[in-house]
Design a protein around this ligand. Structure first.
Ligand SMILES: C[C@@]1(CC(=O)O)c2cc3[nH]c(cc4nc(cc5[nH]c(cc(n2)[C@H]1CCC(=O)O)[C@@](C)(CC(=O)O)[C@@H]5CCC(=O)O)C(CC(=O)O)=C4CCC(=O)O)c(CCC(=O)O)c3CC(=O)O
Ligand SMILES: NC(=O)C1=CN([C@@H]2O[C@H](COP(=O)(O)OP(=O)(O)OC[C@H]3O[C@@H](n4cnc5c(N)ncnc54)[C@H](O)[C@@H]3O)[C@@H](O)[C@H]2O)C=CC1
Length: 234
């Protein structure tokens, strides 16, 4: 069993090669496009959606069997054909070239596995069962998608601005940290939603300071902090 190390990769504009043109390859290509990768699919056949993306120029498609030199210059590779021998061979070629590869029919044969992903703007949930159960990862990601709806996208954008404001205006590190914890409490998140993405930085900062003072008051009275998850920090 492998203990994987999770990361967020920057792959915008980078060549990512998907071998295979079935449902699994399509899912991998979709995830790569979300991150702005330059996707090349190599496969004799393509799903209708992959065909559409190729026709629209969203992906490059080479309609043939995968070959070793497809991997030249690749940042990532996905062996997602329905031929285990082909997947294994392409994975070996990737490794020879130092290209990280995932293997769709045998997770342990690759360098990484794909998590189930939910995106809400800057906020990204990635769930993995490390190969033990992709359907469980998908189910739990579905639960996260319900718990954290589309409203969390703009909310994260507002939070990014609040944080920039605090970093620019508050020189004391402890003060900054206290404010930025308050900035992710329930009351603050509701406030960022209410104020929307266009509120002036000074307004955001003033609201945050007011919330932090209320928080101090609650702490003084021995009431629980907001958010509850931060109790162990105080
Ligand atoms: C190791 C890994 C390698 C990799 O592909 O990176 C891998 C491998 C395999 N998947 C198989 C089957 C299924 N995979 C899914 C779905 C997903 N599979 C994904 C990832 C991974 N799959 C990596 C580990 C993830 C982990 O464990 O956390 C997800 C999360 C992300 C994604 O693919 O983008 C995506 C959900 C996306 C979403 O919906 O959100 C379903 C569910 C369904 O189709 O409804 C089934 C059928 C149910 C079942 O078999 O459990 C088989 C057997 C094939 C066979 O029997 O022939 C293998 C081979 C093996 O076991 O090694
Ligand atoms: N990792 C995952 O999430 C999952 C993995 N799987 C595994 O992934 C494999 C692929 O699944 P699907 O996409 O549903 O299969 P599929 O049969 O729909 O598609 C296979 C694709 O591979 C292409 N292909 C075959 N040989 C090739 C080669 N040498 N080079 C390039 N392309 C080649 C075919 O033309 C076809 O487009 C399955 O056989 C299964 O073992 C299945 C379900 C989920």
């Amino acid at each position: 069993m492998t203990r994987y190390y999770p990361v967020m990769l920057r792959i915008e504009g980078k060549r990512c090669v998907v071998f295979g043109g079935g449902a699994v390859a399509e899912r991998k290509a979709a995830g790569l496009l979300e991150a702005g990768a330059a996707v090349t699919v190599v496969s004799p056949t393509l799903t209708p959606l992959l065909e559409t993306w190729a026709a629209d120029g969203k992906i490059a498609a080479d309609r043939r069997l995968g070959a070793a030199d497809d991997l030249d210059g690749a940042a990532l590779a996905f062996a997602a054909t329905d031929r285990p021998e082909a997947n294994r061979r392409l994975a070996e070629e990737a490794r020879l070239r130092g290209v990280p590869v995932s293997v769709a029919d045998d997770g342990e044969a690759g360098d990484f596995v794909a998590p189930a992903v939910v995106r809400r703007g800057d906020l990204v949930f990635a769930v993995s069962a490390s190969g033990a159960g992709p359907a469980l990862a998908a189910r739990l990601a579905g639960e996260l998608a319900e718990r954290y709806g589309p409203e969390y996208g703009p909310l994260a954008a507002a939070l990014r601005r609040v944080r920039a404001e605090v970093r620019a205006a508050v020189p004391d590190a402890a003060d900054r940290r206290r404010l930025l914890r308050t900035a992710v409490g329930d009351a603050a998140l509701a406030e960022w939603r209410r104020l929307g993405p266009d509120a002036a930085g000074a307004v955001l900062l003033a609201r945050l300071r007011a919330l932090a003072e209320e928080e101090e008051g609650r702490r003084g009275r021995g009431e629980p902090p907001d958010p509850p998850g931060f109790a162990h920090f105080s």
